[in-house]
Design a protein around this ligand. Structure first.
Ligand code: UDP
Length: 332
C-alpha cells in the first residue's frame, strides 16, 4: 500500500513543489492548508483539507482521516520584516500552529515529522560557512518562532518518542523545471522574483529609470558591499524532504537538524547581474538603506545533509536556479 503523507501548508510555494514530488514518487498525499498564502490551483489533483493550524480540532480531525505514515510541515508565516512589525501573527501561526500539530500527531499516533526550519534560527553569523553547530540566537521573531518549533520537536521526541527532522533552509529559490509551478507571494519581498518582475516590466516597454527595484544597503562588509546569501533550488529542498522521511524510518531517531544550502554565496548585485544575463533585460535598481535584521553573509555548510541524508543538490549554481524561475515568470 502507498505511504500516506499529510502535507501541512502544501498549497504554498515550497509545499506545492513537495506535493508534486510526492505524487510522482508514489505517495498518497493529503494537503492541509488554510489558503491564506497558498493557491488551490497549485495542488489541483490533490485532496485538500482546508483548515487553520491554529485550530487544534481542525488539525486533529485531518490527521484522523487516514493512517498517515509521516507529516511534512511547511505552514508558516515567513517574512522577516513583517515578523518584527507584527510578531503576534508569527507566534500565533508558527508557534501555536506547530504546537497544535505536534499534539494532534501524538493524539493520532503519527510518529514522523519533517519540519521546514530556517537558517534564521542562527541569527548573526559568528562563523562562515555555518554548520548545524552554529549557536542559535535569532535576531528577529521569525527566526525565534522557527527555533521554538525545533525545541518543541526535540521535547516531543524525548518524552513521547516522536521522530523528527528539522531542515534549515537557506534562501529557497527557483521553480519546478517544467515551468508549471509558480511563486506567487503577495506582497512579494524576495529578491529573485522581484528582479524578474522588473525584467518583465522592461520587456513590456517600461522605462529603465522608473525602476522600483531597491538594493537594501551597499555598505556591508562584503566585496561589493551588498548582502551575500546562499540560494538553493526548491526542488533540491524537496528532494531532501524525501530523504529525511526515509531516514526517520530507522527507529530511535529523536531529533536531527540539517542545513540545506548550495554552499555558495551570491551578493544582491550578483543576483541582479545574473538575472540581466538570463532575461536579456538591462535591469536597473535604486540603492536604498539597509533592511532591518539583514546579516551581511549567510552561507551554509550542508556537509551533514550530504553525508547523513545522501543529499546531492542538482542545481549547482545561480544561473540554473534563475533560469527555472524565469521560465515561469516569462511564460506569457
Ligand atoms: N533584497 C534587496 N532588495 C529587495 C529584496 C531583497 O536588496 O527588494 C536583499 C535582502 O536585503 C537580502 C537579499 O536580498 O540581503 C535576499 O533577500 P530575500 O528577501 O530574498 O531573502 P532573505 O535573505 O530575507 O530570506
Amino acid at each position: 500500500m502507498a505511504d500516506s503523507v499529510l502535507v501541512v501548508g502544501g498549497a504554498g510555494y515550497i509545499g506545492s513543489h513537495m506535493v508534486k514530488l510526492l505524487a510522482s514518487t508514489g505517495h498518497e498525499v493529503v494537503v492541509f492548508d488554510d489558503l491564506s498564502t497558498g493557491h488551490r490551483d497549485a495542488i489541483a489533483s490533490s485532496v485538500l483539507v482546508e483548515g487553520d493550524l491554529r485550530d487544534p480540532v481542525a488539525i486533529t480531525k485531518a490527521l484522523a482521516l487516514r493512517k498517515f505514515s509521516s507529516v511534512l510541515h511547511f505552514a508558516a508565516k515567513c517574512y522577516v520584516g513583517e515578523s518584527v512589525q507584527d510578531p503576534a501573527k508569527y507566534y500565533g501561526n508558527n508557534v501555536l500552529g506547530t504546537a497544535n500539530l505536534l499534539e494532534a500527531m501524538r493524539t493520532n499516533g503519527v510518529g514522523k515529522l519533517v519540519f521546514s526550519s530556517s537558517c534564521s534560527t542562527y541569527g548573526d553569523p559568528v562563523m562562515t560557512p555555518m554548520t548545524e553547530e552554529h549557536p542559535q540566537d535569532p535576531v528577529n521573531p521569525y527566526g525565534a518562532t522557527k527555533l521554538m518549533g525545533e525545541r518543541a520537536m526535540k521535547d516531543y521526541g524525548r518524552a513521547y518518542g516522536l521522530r523528527t527532522v528539522a531542515l534549515r533552509y537557506f534562501n529557497a529559490s527557483g521553480l519546478d523545471a517544467d515551468g508549471t509551478l509558480g511563486e506567487r507571494h503577495d506582497p512579494e519581498t524576495h529578491l529573485i522574483p522581484l528582479v524578474l518582475r522588473e525584467a518583465l516590466r522592461l520587456r513590456a516597454g517600461g522605462a529603465r529609470d522608473a525602476t522600483q527595484l531597491q538594493v537594501f544597503g551597499d555598505d556591508f562588509d562584503t566585496p561589493d558591499g551588498t548582502c551575500i546569501r546562499d540560494y538553493v533550488h526548491v526542488s533540491d529542498l524537496c528532494a531532501a524532504h524525501l530523504l529525511a522521511m526515509r531516514r526517520l524510518d530507522a527507529p530511535g531517531r529523536a531529533f536531527e537538524a540539517f542545513n540545506l544550502g548550495s554552499e555558495k554565496g551570491s551578493s544582491v548585485l550578483d543576483v541582479i547581474e545574473c538575472c540581466r544575463r538570463i532575461t536579456g533585460q538591462d535591469i536597473g535598481y535604486k540603492m536604498a538603506g539597509r533592511r532591518a535584521g539583514d546579516p551581511a553573509r549567510l552561507i551554509a555548510s550542508s556537509e551533514r545533509a550530504r553525508r547523513d541524508l545522501g543529499w546531492s543538490p542538482r542545481y549547482a549554481d545561480l544561473p540554473e536556479i534563475v533560469s527555472t524561475a524565469w521560465r515561469w515568470f516569462s511564460r506569457t
